[in-house]
Write a protein that binds this ligand. Structure first.
Ligand SMILES: CC(C)(COP(=O)(O)OP(=O)(O)OC[C@H]1O[C@@H](n2cnc3c(N)ncnc32)[C@H](O)[C@@H]1OP(=O)(O)O)[C@@H](O)C(=O)NCCC(=O)NCCS
Length: 197
């Protein structure tokens, strides 16, 4: 897996996580309001758990989201062998309500279907998390089912809506170039053009 690059959007920088992010990570994601909407962030959250999580595992494509040089959250996907990625995102509570998650996730979706060479992206939101559903709708995902997923922070299962975005649809929505053009131009240069840099 290629190294996570740095991506820029109008207001945000997306960069690889580093071990030095651990204490800020705990301060942001240690908030129950954040953790309870995810399946995998424990509550309480300890710094040793963050340090372990920050060592990126095979298949993980993770971006730390920075606003005005401060870590505010994370967006990423887990890439399966089938080249289908599972998208996830979270922000510290102080940063909700400004369109940051949509902006950051849009950049990661674009990256995933260009440099990341994904065939599709999936995601899921707990049914009591309508803002996440709204973000996935804005990103072009289609709701395609229901399942029950365990939330570590809550300690029980919750109903989820599942979502999917196919490469063909993403190519139209995000105006991605055909793969032949990308191969000639280099994905990262094309990504920079698509992202408006
Ligand atoms: C979900 C989360 C990432 C949203 O971040 P954000 O930066 O506030 O999101 P955005 O501002 O980009 O978009 C939120 C959208 O949801 C809408 N929204 C907010 N509350 C809503 C509600 N109760 N019902 C319906 N829509 C709602 C907003 O109006 C906005 O849509 P709009 O742009 O059409 O107005 C953030 O709240 C968070 O980190 N929550 C905890 C972790 C989490 O839920 N992660 C996602 C797991 S699937």
């Amino acid at each position: 897996m290629a190294q996570t690059p740095v991506l820029s959007t109008a207001r945000l920088t997306l960069r690889p996580f580093r071990l030095g992010d651990a204490s800020r990570f705990v301060a942001l994601a240690g908030n129950l309001a954040v953790a309870r909407m995810t399946s995998d962030i424990p509550h309480p959250l300890y710094i040793w758990q963050c340090r372990r999580w920050l060592r990126q595992a095979r298949g993980e494509v993770r971006f730390a989201v920075e606003h005005e040089d401060q870590l505010i959250g994370g967006v990423g996907y887990f890439c399966h062998r089938t080249r289908v990625g599972e998208l996830g995102f979270w922000l510290g509570q102080d940063y909700w309500g400004h369109g940051f998650a949509t902006e950051a996730a849009r950049a990661v979706v674009t990256y995933g279907f260009t440099a990341g060479n994904l065939e599709a992206l999936t995601s899921a939101n707990f049914i009591d998390n309508p803002s996440s559903a709204r973000i996935l709708t804005k990103l072009g995902f289609n709701a395609n089912g229901r399942m029950r997923t365990f939330s570590i922070a809550r300690g029980h299962e919750i109903d989820c809506t599942t979502w999917r975005l196919e490469r063909e649809a993403a190519q139209v929505i995000y105006r991605l170039p055909p793969e032949s053009e990308a191969a000639a131009g280099g994905w990262m240069r094309l990504f920079a053009r698509i992202a408006g840099r």
